[in-house]
Design a protein. Structure first.
Length: 162
């Protein structure tokens, strides 16, 4: 984990703002997340989270204990969608950086946990180079392997294993 500073922070802040803008388009009633995928200084994929066609009514996540059995949710993660968006546009995503942002009430908020085992698998399989998320102490960069390890540990600690 690395807290970004200087020019790295300035560049990351620009992309995290784009991710926050993308999140505002989400129709998910529980969480609004946006992501941009960047390679060689160019946005190659962009997406938000949410169900594919229309808002879920009722929202299954609101009916379940928060964070448990998330595979039952009909929403697709913004990270997954951004990777698909980049691939559909014919972009090579290996070595890219993914920037993620969560918005509540129209304002970007830091991730308290910010780690997802499903997205961690996607980052590793896609060959991404870096993951950047806003945390309480600033914009924080992880390599996908580290992000995966933290996600796995968080999953086990929360006893999400069924």
């Amino acid at each position: 984990m690395k807290i970004l500073e200087g020019n790295e922070l300035k560049e990351a802040a620009k992309y995290v703002k784009k991710a926050a803008d993308a999140s505002k388009k989400s129709i998910c009633s529980v969480s609004k997340v946006g992501v941009v995928l960047v390679k060689d200084g160019k946005v190659i994929g962009e997406a938000n989270n949410g169900p594919s066609r229309k808002a879920c009514n009722p929202c299954l996540m609101e009916l379940l204990d928060r964070g448990v059995k998330t595979e039952l949710c009909f929403a697709m993660h913004a990270e997954e969608r951004a990777v698909l968006d980049a691939l559909e546009k014919g972009n090579d995503i290996e070595g890219a950086t993914i920037y993620s942002a969560k918005v509540v009430g129209g304002e970007m908020i830091p991730y308290k946990n910010g780690f997802c085992a499903a997205c961690a698998r996607v980052f590793l399989e896609a060959g991404l180079d870096k993951v950047v998320i806003p945390k309480e102490d600033g914009l924080t960069q992880y390599d996908p392997e580290e992000y995966y390890d933290v996600s796995f540990d968080r999953f086990v600690q929360k006893k999400f294993i069924m």
